[in-house]
Write a new protein. Structure first.
Length: 200
């Protein structure tokens, strides 16, 4: 599930996910990293979306990542038990990085200082130790339960991911692979230039 409905205020309000990085829209790079997933879901504008990708919008459009996650989950088939939750502005994300996250989720083991039970989800953490929840893989049941809990407290539009994930057992994963960090998101023109520099 790729979330592509942000306002991109630091890029002048442009449709950030379709901004090319290395000659290809960021959104399409993220979708390519999960091209073996079924289904692939994009939450955001439908224009130019690759074929065989299901498209929906959060309510209201621009309502934030929690509302977008709820809209995307509604399109998952009944038997789906895992979902990659990905921002559309991760041009360095690779299939290997996503597979690595899936492996950590399936291991059911957590590192020192983390929940001992099988995790509800795994996500990368950046160099400062901050969660990157939109570069993670989650158990569908846990996310649905978290959405129901949060919806009972407040509207999902405008809610924070921190509020959504509160109480979930999350395994933190540091990037140890070759190449640039897959969690790197492009919020500014400088971020785009940096990502393109890594691609050279």
């Amino acid at each position: 599930m790729v979330l592509a409905g942000g306002a991109a205020r630091r890029m002048g309000g442009m449709d950030k996910p379709v901004r090319p990085v290395g000659g290809r829209p960021m959104r399409d790079r993220v979708l390519a990293a999960v091209d073996d997933a079924t289904p692939r879901i994009l939450v955001g504008p439908a224009a130019g979306v690759p074929t065989k990708v299901l498209v929906t919008r959060e309510s209201p459009p621009g309502g934030g990542p929690v509302a977008a996650a709820a809209a995307g989950l509604a399109l998952l088939p009944a038997g789906a038990d895992r979902v990659a939750l990905l921002a559309a502005d991760l041009p360095l994300l690779t299939r290997d990085a996503v597979r690595g996250l899936l492996g950590h989720l399936d291991e059911g083991e957590c590192g020192a200082g983390q929940p001992a039970a099988s995790p509800d989800g795994v996500c990368f953490v950046d160099d400062a130790g901050r969660w990157q929840p939109l570069c993670g893989v989650w158990r569908v049941g846990a996310l649905r339960d978290a959405l129901a809990r949060l919806a009972a407290e407040r509207p999902l539009a405008g809610a924070s991911l921190r509020a959504l994930l509160r109480g979930l057992a999350v395994r933190e994963v540091r990037w140890r692979g070759d190449g640039p960090p897959p969690w790197f998101d492009c919020d500014t023109d400088e971020d785009v230039r940096r990502a393109e520099g890594w691609m050279r």
